[in-house]
Design a protein around this ligand. Structure first.
Ligand code: FAD
Length: 565
């Protein structure tokens, strides 16, 4: 790159990316007395983190025991090890387990990032040794957007799928009864809707809810804390190249609103720039196909630039074929895919492949079901890309499915055109098979078999509803199995679903301090990678709600402590 038009900047720590991992790193470094600069490629800050549910998984944290839960480092380590296997390292897992509670306590006690523990949100595989029925997943407490002042307008808005009716913010605690139509749902709905619609001052200005929850609350609280420490966040500034002197990374070339600038970092560069989910070439090269960036629910700026820059200075990568998967769909009038986190568990629905056959326990975690679709696609057998999500009129009447609000079939014409464009319906299962192009006799046989099992409450084929996590998003009013009901009532509906993702999770190999390892196995002094641009300490697994943000923030904290030591 040619000498810059902008004068060189010098800082102690340069943080690349303004998601939760980067902001946690920046906050920690600032509290160590270092001068910190955060750069963000987009014109909005917060990355995918701000658009997320904002649940963070912190085993053995200090809020668990007072809330009545039990946990230990040994249990957490055993659980992660069982899931991550050969795709992570024992050192990284241990570093996460030992330091996640420290990071969490630091934020909770020394900053404005306050949390609550979700006592009923169980791990995704609670039956494994060390798995737990709740408490480890936590959420930042809601906060008023006014704490950010004018910067609120630069905060990424929530993903439409993480809000009620596409606009009202809700916490995980509030969302659960509304999704599953269980006790207290009506009161919660009235409370959050009244708060939203009676906020005349805010409604006058914007449709955005002033009460930030989930990822919005997490990022706003991090940024609020950083503002109090006067840490600058420079938007529209992207890393393009890392600078190396004498074997050490000493800074980076960036494009600041399109103009080159060199930034010197005396203590280190912390890459927190997300995954490569929005890079078509990298997806084609690394992820199982067929695949496209349109199937990602991640931030459109996450195109792997930091990973590429690190590879150019010799960084080693791992698990590049892996993502945080989720079955989902993309609507033509939205800029990101809609992952189906919960809809698959509710009774009266199934997923089938191109041959019209079920291939999984639909109520297993989105990572497991989406991963089966991505890695298990065999076109010759009908294929899982796309698969079909099938439900009947009773399901349609009771539960929400993205922009389809519960209602009778007579309301179908009021469904948003972009959703109607992918929705198919028919008066019988056989006709539905013809409408979606799967073998009729197979789909009819699949639904008949599923219905027989659903009546008994036992899914002998895939065990849907057997596990505690399956039932977390089941409908408690449906017995004997809250995840199972026969598909009996016409019309029958289908939407095509893809192996969507909420970010990739392979990337730079790092050590227990988040420091990048090079091809020779040595540490790249001065360079750190955290969050989705690093190979996850969870390997290719997704142990629980918050298992992407929790490790990202923990290694952000560790990287900052190491760089500023
Ligand atoms: C709908 C949805 C719900 C989710 N819910 C949860 C949840 O509840 N819990 C959980 O753990 N995970 C959740 N996830 C996943 C989680 O949000 C991501 O895994 C996580 O946010 C990744 O954090 P990060 O800090 O690595 O990256 P990000 O938050 O994406 O931040 C990366 C930032 O880096 C910027 N950037 C990229 N390239 C450059 C560059 N070259 N220079 C400068 N800046 C750059 C990007 O613009 C972006 O702002 C969810 C995801 C989605 C889509």
């Amino acid at each position: 790159m040619q000498p810059t038009a902008l004068p060189e900047l010098t800082t102690d720590v340069l943080v690349v990316g303004s998601g939760a991992s980067g902001l946690t790193a920046a906050l920690t470094a600032a509290d160590q007395g270092s001068k910190v600069l955060i750069i963000e490629r987009g014109h909005l800050f917060g990355g995918t983190s701000a658009t997320s549910g904002g649940t963070i998984w912190i085993p053995n944290n200090h809020l668990i025991a007072p809330a009545g839960g039990v946990d230990s480092e040994a249990d957490a380590e055993q659980y992660i090890q069982a899931l991550a296997g050969e795709f992570s390292s024992a050192e990284k897992i241990r570093a996460f387990v030992a330091n996640a509670p420290r990071m969490f306590r630091y934020l909770d006690e020394k900053t404005d990032v306050k949390f609550e523990t979700l006592e009923k949100y169980c791990d995704y595989h609670p039956e494994l040794p060390g798995g737990k029925p709740g408490y480890r997943s936590c959420q930042a407490l809601p906060i008023d957007c006014d704490v950010l002042g004018g910067e609120f307008e630069s905060l990424q808005p929530p993903h439409v799928g993480t809000t009620a009716f596409g606009r009202i913010n809700w916490t995980a605690r509030e969302a659960h009864p509304l999704i599953t139509q269980s006790k207290g749902a009506k009161q919660i709905f009235l409370k959050i809707a009244a708060k939203y619609y009676l906020d005349v001052k805010q409604r006058w200005k914007t449709t955005r809810d002033r009460r930030l929850t989930g990822g919005g609350a997490l990022v706003a609280r991090l940024r609020w804390s950083l503002k109090k420490r006067k840490v600058p966040l420079q938007l529209s500034t992207e890393l393009v190249e890392l600078c190396r002197e004498g074997g050490r990374i000493v800074g980076a070339w960036v494009l600041n609103n399109g103009t080159p600038q060199r930034i010197r970092a005396r203590q280190g560069v912390i890459l927190a720039a997300g995954g490569f989910e929005r890079n078509a070439e990298m997806r084609a090269k690394y992820l199982p196909g067929p695949t496209t960036p349109a199937w990602s629910a991640g931030n459109p700026f996450n195109t792997g630039l930091a990973t590429i820059a690190a590879m150019q200075v010799g960084a080693r990568t791992a698990n590049m074929d892996s993502a945080w998967w989720a079955p989902g769909y993309k609507l033509a009038d939205e800029d990101r895919a809609r992952p189906m986190f919960v809809e698959r568990s509710l009774p009266g629905s199934i997923m089938v492949d191109g041959a019209g056959q079920r291939f999984c326990n639909e109520a297993a975690s989105y990572h497991v079901t989406g991963g089966l679709m991505a890695h298990g696609h065999r076109a010759a057998d009908g294929g899982t890309v796309p698969s079909w999500f099938i439900f009947d009129a009773r399901y349609r009447g009771k539960y929400a499915l993205g922009p389809i609000f519960p209602g009778p079939p007579s309301f179908d014409r009021s469904i948003r055109p972009s959703m109607r464009a992918i929705l198919r319906s028919a008066g019988s299962v056989g006709e539905l098979a013809e409408a979606i192009g799967v073998p009729k006799e197979n789909l009819v046989a699949t639904v008949n078999r599923f219905n027989r099992h659903a009546e008994t409450g036992v899914d002998v084929d895939f065990g849907r509803g057997d596990g505690l996590y399956d039932r977390y998003y089941g409908d408690p009013a449906v017995t004997p199995n809250s995840c199972l009901a026969p598909l009996l009532k016409a019309p029958f509906y289908a939407i095509p679903i893809q192996p969507c993702d909420i970010g990739t999770n392979g990337g730079m190999v790092t050590d227990e301090n988040g420091q990048v390892i090079d091809e020779s196995g040595a540490s790249l002094e001065g360079l750190y990678a955290v969050g989705n641009c690093a190979a996850s300490p969870m390997g290719k697994s997704y142990p629980a709600a918050g298992a992407t943000l929790g490790p990202g923030m923990t290694f952000g904290y560790l990287a900052a402590l190491h760089a500023t030591r």
